[in-house]
Ligand binder design. Structure first.
Ligand code: ZN
Length: 187
């Protein structure tokens, strides 16, 4: 596999650094001399929210490394999933286990491409001690930071009837997002 250099920025001085895509190998910033460790966050579960079908698609296309980079740098910004994010994941898993929600055959259009669920009956979940109720037929998805901004959410869960939104994203913005990633890689 050819090594492609990806540009990242030094977290200390902001200078551009060439990175060969290897996680866990330190780079010394030529400008300020600080050591930068790509992917040196606590995140060992970088794929926590990525729908398996989405991941398989990137793997098939040979772009899984780029998606991982995107999650680490654009989604997590070098940090880790928040407690609320993890709690949301646990709650969605629980609801699915209990049969209250089921996975849809599609995923949210923004990285890290989380699974979209549909409620099979009315129910509720708890995040940070707060209750969020949903009705049968509504869709649920973990809301990444960009989605939270877009829908002005305080908590990382999106519940609603956003099928048209999702379809729109999958047909348009998603392709754009993926193309954007491709062109960034080539740049
Ligand atoms: Zn630097």
């Amino acid at each position: 596999m050819p090594i492609s250099l990806t540009q990242i920025n030094c977290p200390n001085c902001g200078a551009p650094l060439a990175w060969d895509g290897t996680y866990g190998k330190p780079i010394t910033c030529p400008y300020c001399g600080s050591q930068v460790m790509p992917g040196s966050t606590e995140v060992d579960d970088v794929w926590l929210f990525t729908d398996p079908v989405a991941r398989a698609r990137f793997e098939f296309n040979g772009t899984l490394d780029e998606l991982e980079h995107d999650i680490r740098y654009e989604v997590l910004r070098g940090r880790t999933w928040s407690d609320l994010d993890r709690e949301c994941k646990r709650e969605l898993d629980r609801l699915e286990r209990e049969g209250l929600i089921r996975k849809l055959a599609s995923f949210w259009a923004l990285s890290p491409f989380p699974t979209v669920y549909r409620a099979r009956q009315d129910g509720e979940l708890t995040l940070g001690g707060r209750r969020f109720s949903f009705r049968k037929g509504q869709e649920l998805v973990w809301a990444c930071p960009m989605t939270r901004d877009r829908f002005e959410l305080d908590d990382p869960i999106l519940i609603g009837d956003f099928a048209s939104e999702r379809v729109q994203h999958l047909c348009g913005a998603m392709a754009d997002a993926m193309m954007g990633r491709m062109s960034r890689m080539e740049a």
